[in-house]
Design a protein around this ligand. Structure first.
Ligand SMILES: O=C(O)C1=C[C@@H](OP(=O)(O)O)[C@@H](O)[C@H](O)C1
Ligand SMILES: C=C(OP(=O)(O)O)C(=O)O
Length: 672
């Protein structure tokens, strides 16, 4: 069937830092006695989990940013954490740190994780570590080999372990246990798994012997400190390679991608499916091959993915399966039973979701079978909180004609916090009539997110009302003021005397600002880091209105807010949301209140007591003057619903807006 509109892709994507290398950069820095400078680390939820666990063991790791220094004091200085490790959603954090802890005599830690991680099998590391002399107790139901677990470190014996899994986490855990206890470890695997531990340890003076399917760590090895520059994650870049492959025109340039041969299986599969990939600018950085890949659209054919290729593309299989749904003929994935024990059962979840969308797909015990077609895909994807599912189906959702909603778009935070933003940029959101639009579980709307604009004059209570409405609807509140604060914060350090600030200089910092979705809000990030507290500092507060008056800055903030609204359901408040920022918002509310009442509310908030009539009169005068100044900017949109809040409580006005929002949603689901 023909697509409704062509998909054009363009631009350069620099995917965030490689997750596997990022975890290891921190762990190996912690083992060395000295300073390690880490650049371009992935600042995502999984890596934060590793960083906080290591901090709890006495390693000095600052807030993750694009460039920072870790101060390690050597293996012997690592301590037991005072509290349990919160490994959140991260298998790599859990298994690697389990190995390290197990080999540290006298140290112990409890490992906890979220519901998904707690279901994942840990016996694959616990059992070889126990055979070396470690004590690991599973604290859940009898027979459950997942978190919570307690690891008691001991002086371990060496091992020569033949693993049933091609797993870099198992291999890494045993190498860390060997390093911690100073004993020899040999690990053999059925197929070669990713080899970042080996490369990074060799670069840190550890005398490993590496062959095709085994690695030997001799006893008594020291880890020396070595700086790391983390390349972009090929697993993350694959989403954009797939997007480009699915497009009708244009190309995407994926830069700085880690091309380690144990990680490039997905690119091989793409080429086999007919995709044109041009690799250039190849260079070695810190023992890893890095390069640029240019991907152009092509007619896609189905393929078979199995055997030794599976570990080389294990995390990319959900995306490859989604891509297969758009390829001619059948695609078969086999030997991939490992997928069943990732963040979700990725075989079942991918097949179920593909079927929901109308694709002919079948589960196999160790993989799946997918028959491609060009029929438009429609429906609601259940991610089970699995980041790779959200992103893989998000890419399918970007194809014009498909109407796909994702239940939990925020889970991309695990490995690619700015994914939705990069996706919107790659498809030129707004230009090609393409919707890269996802909604939350509560968002019954299919394909188009709900935007609620709440405008009103000063002190009309829009911000607190908007927050409350968002919370009641289970959607996100966008505080555009936070973006003004973010750009002001950067201007304070780069633009000199505020008196001399000009928009061009202030906006030079804009590329450093992005956003990510949290459960409740759209959070601005600076260099991929949440700086919420710093953004509320007094110097920012003093200068923010100067910056907010610059037209070019206003336009930039509007773009940021629009990109968030293109991705998920939002409630946005301000002065010109319904008129300028979201003229197409499905629900526009304009709050008004008598100026005396607004003045009274503002004073109650400020003074935390009942104001006198004289005080209210003075404040009213100021408000009226401000209203006159803001009159053009603050006019209601023609299609706005005006709510006079003079005589209603805030609770009542919130209820009215929520009721209007629900009615709007109904209309969106069943268009008339
Ligand atoms: O060691 C690592 O960094 C990883 C190894 C892989 O898991 P297994 O080692 O369990 O296959 C991979 O799926 C995971 O995303 C990261
Ligand atoms: C499986 C993954 O990660 P982890 O095992 O670290 O949770 C993944 O990122 O797809």
């Amino acid at each position: 069937m023909k697509r409704r509109a062509p998909l054009h892709v363009a631009g350069t994507i620099r995917a965030p830092g490689d997750k596997s290398i990022s975890h290891r950069a921190l762990i190996f820095a912690a083992l060395a006695d000295g300073e390690t400078r880490v650049r371009d680390i992935l600042a995502s939820a999984d890596v934060h989990a590793t960083a906080s666990a290591l901090r709890a063991m006495g390693v000095s790791i600052p807030e993750l940013s694009t460039d920072f220094v870790v101060r390690g004091h050597g293996i012997a200085a690592l301590t037991s954490p005072a509290r349990a490790f919160d490994c959140a959603n991260s298998g790599t954090t859990t298994r690697l740190l389990c190995g390290l802890l197990a080999g540290l005599p006298g140290r112990s830690a409890r490992f906890e994780g979220d519901a998904s991680l707690s279901r994942r099998p840990m016996r694959r590391v616990a059992s070889p570590l126990a055979s070396m002399g470690a004590h690991i107790d599973f604290e859940g139901a009898p027979g459950h080999d997942g978190l919570p677990m307690r690891v008691h470190g001991a002086q371990l014996r060496g091992t020569n372990y033949v693993s049933a899994h091609a797993s870099a986490q198992v291999k890494g855990a045993l190498l860390l246990a060997g390093l911690a206890s100073g004993v020899e470890v040999v690990v053999e695997e059925p197929y070669r798994s990713r080899d970042h531990s080996e490369r990074m340890l060799l670069a840190r003076g550890v005398a490993l012997e590496v062959s095709e399917r085994s690695v030997r760590l001799p006893a008594a090895q020291q880890v020396t400190a070595a700086d790391v520059v983390v390349p972009s994650d090929p697993s993350s870049a694959t989403f954009f390679a797939a997007l480009a492959a699915l497009a009708d025109s244009g190309e995407l340039r994926l830069e700085n991608v880690c091309l380690n041969p144990t990680r490039t299986g997905a690119f091989d599969v793409l080429q086999r499916m007919g995709v044109s990939l041009d690799v250039s600018e190849q260079r070695l950085v810190g023992g890893e091959l890095i390069g640029t890949i240019v991907v152009r659209p092509e007619a896609l054919n189905g393929t078979t993915i199995e055997g030794a290729e599976i570990p080389r593309c294990i995390d990319e299989l959900p995306m490859l399966a989604c891509l297969a749904s758009q390829a001619a003929g059948e695609t078969r994935i086999a030997d991939a039973a490992e997928l069943r024990v990732k963040e979700s059962d990725r075989i079942r979840a991918v097949v179920d979701n593909l079927r929901t969308l109308g694709v002919d797909a079948e589960e196999l015990p160790d993989g799946m079978r997918i028959i491609g077609s060009r029929t438009p895909l429609r429906g609601h994807v259940i991610t089970h909180g699995d980041h790779r599912l959200a992103m893989a189906f998000g890419v399918l959702g970007a194809i014009p004609g498909n109407q796909i909603t994702i239940d939990d778009p925020a889970c991309v935070d695990v490995s690619y916090p700015r994914f939705w933003q990069d996706l919107a940029a790659a498809v030129g959101q707004g230009d090609a009539g393409v919707d890269v639009r996802q909604t939350t579980a509560s968002g019954a709307a299919v394909g188009t997110p709900l935007t609620i604009a709440i405008d009103g004059p000063a002190a009309s209570g829009k911000s607190s009302t908007a927050q409350w409405v968002a919370q009641k609807l289970g959607v996100r509140h966008v505080d555009s003021g936070a973006f003004y604060r973010a750009i002001t914060y950067l201007a304070l350090s780069t633009c000199g005397d505020p008196e001399s600030w000009v928009a061009d200089d202030v906006l030079a910092n804009a590329p450093r600002i992005s956003w990510r979705l949290t459960e409740r809000s759209v959070l601005p990030l600076i260099d991929d880091i949440d700086q919420d507290t710093a953004l509320r500092d007094a110097p920012v507060t003093r200068q923010v209105s100067r910056v907010a008056q610059m037209l070019a800055v206003r336009e930039w903030v509007n773009q940021m807010v629009r990109s968030a609204g293109a991705a998920v359901d939002v409630v946005v408040d301000g002065r010109d949301i319904g008129t300028t920022v979201f003229p197409d918002a499905q629900l526009k509310v304009f709050l008004v209140a008598d100026s005396w009442e607004r003045a009274r509310r503002r004073l109650v908030q400020r003074l935390r007591r009942r104001p006198t009539d004289a005080e209210i009169a003075e404040e009213t005068e100021e408000l009226v003057a401000r209203d006159a100044k803001d009159a053009t900017q603050s006019a209601p949109a023609r299609d706005a619903i005006t709510i006079d809040t003079t005589t209603v409580t805030q609770e009542e006005q919130v209820e009215r807006i929520v009721a209007l929002a629900r009615a709007t949603r109904e209309r969106m689901v069943r268009p008339t």
